[in-house]
Design a protein around this ligand. Sequence first.
Ligand SMILES: [Zn+2]
Ligand SMILES: [Zn+2]
Length: 231
Amino acid sequence: MKEHIYTIPLNEHFSKLEGCPLCGLFDMMERNEIEAITGASMMEPSVRVKTNEYGFCERHFGQMLLVGKKLPVALILESHLNEIHKDLHKKKGDVQAKKLKNLEEDCYVCRRISDNMDSVFSNLFYLYRHEENFRDLFAKQKFFCLPHYRELLEYGAKNLTKKEFAAFFEVANSIEMNYLETLHGDIDWFTRKFDYRFAKEDWKNSKDAIERTVYTLTGHMPKFKSDNIEI
Ligand SMILES: [Zn+2]
Ligand SMILES: [Zn+2]
């Protein structure tokens, strides 16, 4: 059944045809995880053991602080900090440094989402192999952010036969290369608009080219808005 639990959300996000569909799914999971960790799962001992050990990355601390009530967040922080202190207490410098390095690179929410994305990709390639409708929907996508495009290639190579992957790659690669060319045209036009010779020309589709390029590169839309840029 593992292959089927994301069928509905996958079809839903691939039908939207706006933005990267996998970012849409990622955002949905992220919201669910943040709500759970600052709500229902907060007091669960099995979850607390994990949040104490893994901690959170800056992005997810930020979201918890925006979404969660102060007391649940403070309770999570209190026991996490206590655990770190116990873990480092009376350890040598190099051992402390290693433990802290691991902690900096870890995050409870990132781990949860990454596990779920694993199932999303198995589900996606199950649909791709078995459902023509989904293959058609896939071919209609405008683009994928580069981190999700990379994951599509990695999971595709693992989940498809060589022949299937070759056909899949042709479709995915053509979507992505066309988009990169268009996006490059937009950001190139944006830079030309700073040249007095083009100042009076139309912006075409370049006004938000900075935001869209950063989104494509990172998978996260920046809060920055080009509207405020001075030319
Ligand atoms: Zn994405
Ligand atoms: Zn994280």
